[in-house]
Design a protein around this ligand. Structure first.
Ligand code: DQA
Length: 143
């Protein structure tokens, strides 16, 4: 099984960015965590991060025929991007939405998720562990 993990804008600033909310560990630590979670389950993984909506759309399109599932934290684009929703629907791969924080208990505008419609599950508010939960979900969805 081969998975693609996609992270949206400002997630590359982990560790520096609002540490009270997002924690003190940096983006490299998140990538190491994701790779370890996949390795112990014998899952191949590629990880992509961009601050640009179109680059995220391009990467989702590139996943077609190459991956068995997508873990996506679209970050702020969660709450605005019909283009990312449409790209996920277009490729039709099983996708799981992840957020480090619990977006339902923050500002009202974060309660709207456009991408949710194209995802089989959502894990929010579990920090790095949410990515591992998403990987496990995609494995069980495939079985
Ligand atoms: C986030 C939550 C979003 O609302 C925010 O814009 C982010 C990160 C999270 O992982 O908690 O950039 O997706």
């Amino acid at each position: 099984m081969k998975l693609l993990v996609i992270n949206g804008p400002n997630l590359n600033m982990l560790g520096v960015r609002e540490p009270a909310l997002y924690g003190k560990q940096d983006y490299t630590a998140l990538c190491l965590y994701i790779r370890a979670a996949c390795e112990k389950r014998n899952i191949e993984v590629d990880i992509f991060q961009s601050n640009h909506e179109g680059a995220l759309v391009d990467e989702i399109q590139r996943a077609y025929g190459r991956y068995d599932g997508i873990v996506i934290n679209p970050a702020a684009y969660t709450h605005t991007s019909i283009a990312i929703l449409d790209a996920l629907k277009a490729v039709g791969l099983p996708a799981v939405e992840v957020h480090l924080t619990d977006i339902d208990t923050r500002e009202a505008f974060r309660r709207v998720s456009y991408v949710r419609d194209a995802c089989i599950a959502v894990f929010a508010g579990h920090g790095f562990e949410g990515y591992e939960m998403a990987v496990a979900q995609l494995i069980s969805a495939q079985a």
